[in-house]
Design a binder for this molecule. Structure first.
Ligand SMILES: Cc1ncc(COP(=O)(O)OP(=O)(O)O)c(N)n1
Ligand SMILES: Cc1nc(C(=O)O)sc1CCOP(=O)(O)O
Ligand SMILES: [Mg+2]
Length: 225
């Protein structure tokens, strides 16, 4: 199954003046598994050009590229997938247009939305938002970790947390059952975005190892004498 551990979303406002391509390059240098190109204001031709440039960078790094909202741009750029919200192109329609293996992610806030998205062909879900965030003005209040646990137990596809997640709370999001976290400010909003991504990745890996130990599927490291 594809790794979604650290999923970095680019943002022209939060990204400290860096282009989407620069943000993507820093994110993968820090170990991001997935980069999402997200821009609400760019024209289609410019977005496609940016997506193609990022495609080269993610491919070199062995990371995946997801384009937000725009299935057409994702397909034209040779991206790995598209991310769709509840008001975007319905996942069933996208699935009909997408080639085999193309990744479709869907934002959900309830178990009903999660089940509908999976039935429609979603490859992964994001609990949107997990905590409140200042990065997306219309995100609304956070659904919290109880909702994350409930949705995780109701579906069989990877579930990500998004919204208000950073080094201070990523471990609890993973411990609640998230397969990964999608972040903006915790990586692209940081002066040293490579270091920030590395730190997030280390925390995610450690939280997943803790869960395996707790479940008895991994032996803890021996204590050194
Ligand atoms: C990984 C991920 N999760 C959620 C979203 C939000 O999607 P949406 O609700 O369609 O809102 P916009 O991002 O389009 O404003 C996302 N982009 N990525
Ligand atoms: C792009 C996006 N979508 C969200 C959703 O809830 O659907 S929250 C969000 C931005 C998340 O930014 P930060 O990591 O800085 O909180
Ligand atoms: Mg959208």
């Amino acid at each position: 199954m594809a790794a979604y551990d650290l999923y970095v979303v680019t943002d022209s406002e939060v990204g400290l003046g860096r282009s989407h391509l620069e943000q993507a390059s820093l994110a993968v240098a820090g170990g991001a598994d997935v980069v999402q190109l997200r821009d609400k204001g760019m024209g289609t031709a410019a977005l496609l050009e940016e997506a193609r440039a990022i495609r080269a960078v993610t491919e070199d790094a062995g990371a995946r590229l997801i384009v937000n909202d725009r299935l057409d741009v994702a397909l034209a750029a040779g991206a790995d997938g598209v991310h769709l919200g509840q008001d975007d192109l319905p996942v069933e329609e996208a699935r009909l247009l997408a080639p085999p293996g193309f990744i479709i992610g869907v934002s959900v806030g309830t178990i009903a939305e999660a089940r509908a998205a999976v039935d429609g062909g979603a490859d992964y879900l994001a609990l949107s938002p997990t905590f409140s965030t200042g990065t997306k003005a219309d995100a609304g209040p956070g659904h919290g970790l109880a909702a994350l646990r409930e949705i995780k137990s109701a579906v069989a596809v990877p579930l990500l947390g998004i919204g208000g997640i950073g080094p201070e709370n990523v471990a609890e999001v993973i411990a609640a059952g998230a397969d990964g976290v999608a972040v903006v400010s915790a990586v692209v909003g940081q002066e040293d975005a490579v270091r920030a991504a590395r730190r997030m990745k280390t925390l995610i890996t450690a939280a997943k190892a803790d869960m395996l130990v707790a479940s008895g599927r991994l032996m803890p490291d021996p204590v050194q004498p």
